[in-house]
Structures are given as structure tokens and as C-alpha cells.
Design a protein. Sequence first.
Length: 382
Amino acid sequence: MKKISLLGATGSIGIQTLDVIESHPEEFKLVAMSFGRNYKSGSDIINKFKPEFVAVKDKETYEHLKSEFSSQDVKLGYGEEALIEAAIYDGVECLVNAVVGSVGLIPTLKAIENNITIALANKETLVTAGHLVTEHAKKYNVNILPVDSEHSAIFQCLQGESFKSIDRLIITASGGSFRDRKREDLVDVTVDQALNHPNWSMGAKITIDSATMMNKGLEVIEAHWLFNLPYDKIDVLLHKESIIHSLVEFHDRSIIAQLGTPDMRVPIQYALTYPERLPLKEAKRLELWEIGKLHFEKADFTRFRCLQYAFDSGKIGGTMPTVLNAANEEAVAAFLSGEITFLQIEELIERSLDKHESIANPSLEQIQEVDQLTRNFVQTLI
Ligand SMILES: NC(=O)C1=CN([C@@H]2O[C@H](COP(=O)(O)OP(=O)(O)OC[C@H]3O[C@@H](n4cnc5c(N)ncnc54)[C@H](OP(=O)(O)O)[C@@H]3O)[C@@H](O)[C@H]2O)C=CC1
Ligand SMILES: CC(=O)[C@@H](O)[C@H](O)COP(=O)(O)O
Ligand SMILES: [Mn+2]
């Protein structure tokens, strides 16, 4: 029975992780979890899964929970310390990190120090401080198993292969909500339009990232760290059906791809059962004859500027990806709350990157400082 801690239990990945846990009660036990402010959904999860420890974002949510659950039912905490406590709770063997944003960084580092396997959905952690996370994982000999669908696909393609034989990774991209619009048609797009992803039902932040294609940019940096490859060996391919989740090309020009209907429970469950596989409840069989055709296009870096910013930031390295991530988090939050327009997301990110002088090989403290300064800077522009 694998003991699991789940950060971000009320979110899109969180709920699907709970679905996987629930369908294999012999295999998994949820011992700790966290959520932000969604008290209703959080308390339903506690009643159903009976974790030993629950961390929430703030005191108000904590007080709500305290009035509903006794200390015999469940131990409770709030704030960043509690998030760490949930990540490394007694006996946890696998941390599913499904919070959104760089708030996931410290719990990941602490879990690694405690020899806990990481099932990582929270890509912002690797973007903001990839060198620290991967160095830590190496030092403590801890596996970071990808949950992001493209990285899980690549990871699956690489089973039994030598990393030395890789020529390039090809990360597929749906193109997001506005993939069929020209740049000039993006001026007046609304939040509701941007939240309407063609293939995946996901949390708000990543859905906007998909629409700007910053999601793909973040995934390029995520792939760089997970698979230890330079940026010139990572390509992005537009593939509007999201059936091929990514591909690996080897030196002999053979390409291996991973395919499946878009269902995040597949990569989630694979990370939880790796290297084994289990049946997945009600998973839809992919019938290629039903689909008939798959489409591919070259990624356009002028149409999707965030993709260019991500490649550039990744290549510069140091604190540049930290700025990219922090500026993006602030800008997306401002777009979602109606403070800025869609195209201003890119503008705020570009201005933040232009202003920053990258610090090479930054410490955790430097990363945290740059992250905060960037957020402050973006707020002055909004
Ligand atoms: N959704 C998907 O299909 C995919 C997601 N990912 C990545 O996985 C991560 C999660 O995405 P997704 O599930 O869509 O996001 P959601 O917004 O749906 O869920 C985020 C979760 O994190 C919690 N949370 C948010 N802010 C904080 C905070 N400051 N402290 C503690 N908890 C917090 C939320 O709590 P509450 O709602 O209770 O406030 C919620 O449980 C992201 O990094 C995303 O990029 C990667 C691939 C696919
Ligand atoms: C499901 C998943 O992994 C998302 O990151 C998804 O890839 C988003 O789709 P696009 O960014 O390709 O639109
Ligand atoms: Mn993805």
C-alpha cells in the first residue's frame, strides 16, 4: 500500500488523482493533503478519504475546517509551513505535487530531502528553480516522475532506451483556445473565450497558459530539466488533436511516440504505479480509424511570443526562467480578474524579462528574492 500526500487536492489534477487512488484501494492510501480555499470540496474529500493531515492556504479556511472536524478526525494546519508538513507527513512515500504556481517549490525540495518520490504536475517548480530541484533529487537519489502529459509521454517513450541515444524531444502542443485566430484577432478576446480549451478540461491558470502557449514554453523548460537536454534538442510541434502526447527522435532517426485519448488520469496513474501499469477505470480506448486524420503544423514563434520568451529565458538560464514564471503567474492572475487584456500578458512578461539581469547559478534565497521582485514589478505595471 503506497502512502500518498497530495498537494492541490481540490484542483483538476488533484480530483483526478483522487479518482485513481479511489479506484485502487489495495494499492494507494491518501495520508496527507492540501488545498487552497475551496472549503466545500476540501471537506468532502476529507470525509471520503480520511487523510491524517490536511493543510489549507489560510487561517479562515482552517477555522472553517476546525469547526467541522475534531482533532481526532484529522490534524489540521495552514500556511506555507503546513504545506511542507503535508508534503513530508509521517510515512509518505510519494508526493503528488498538484498545486499551481511556484508555491510548490519548497515542499518539493523538503520532500526530496525526506527521500519521498515526487510525482510532479506542478511545472512552475521546475521552471523557477530547475537546477536546485534536479541537483537535490540527484543528491538524495530521489525519482521525479513526470505527471505533465507531454513529459509522461517522453518518459514512457524512453523506457528501456539509453538517454545517450536521444537526438531530440518533440513536444506536441494543441495551440490552445485561440489556435485558429490570427494575432490581430486576439485584441478583444474575453476570459471566458480563453478558458475554453479545445481538448483538455484543466484549472484556470494552465488553460490561459495554453492559450498564450506559455504552457508549451514552460514545458520546454520542464523537459530541459527532467531529461537533461539542451534547448536545441527540444522542439515544439503543433498538433491540434492532442492524441500524440509527445515524441522522441533517436540518433538512428527512429521516432517513438506515445498516444492516447486526452485523459490526465493516464499520466497520473503511471507516475503512481511506475514502473508497473494498472487498468484505468472507464478509460476510453483510442480507435485511430475513428479519428481518421491527425494534423501537424510548425510552431509559429511570432504568433506565440511566449514560446520565444521561454526558449530565450531557458537558454540564458540563471534567474531568467524565474522571472518568466513569476511575471507570467502575476499577469495571468490579472487577466483572469479582468485587470488586463489577453495580449497584455505577453507585454508584462516581456517588460519583466527586458528589465532583468540574470544571476547565474542562483541560490534558493536569490530565486525567492527575484520571484518576489518580479511580482512587485508586474503589479506596478498593472
Ligand atoms: N489540469 C491539468 O490537466 C494539468 C495541470 N498541470 C499542472 O498541474 C498543476 C495544477 O494544475 P490544475 O490542477 O489545473 O490547477 P487547479 O487550479 O485546478 O488546482 C490548483 C490546486 O492548488 C490549490 N492551490 C492554489 N493556490 C494555492 C496556494 N497558494 N497554496 C496551496 N494550495 C493552493 C488549489 O486549491 P483551491 O482550489 O482549494 O483554492 C487547488 O487545489 C499546475 O502546475 C499545472 O500547470 C500539468 C498538466 C496538466
Ligand atoms: C494535459 C496537459 O499536459 C496540458 O499541459 C496540455 O498539454 C495543455 O495543452 P496545450 O498546452 O498543448 O494546449
Ligand atoms: Mn502538458
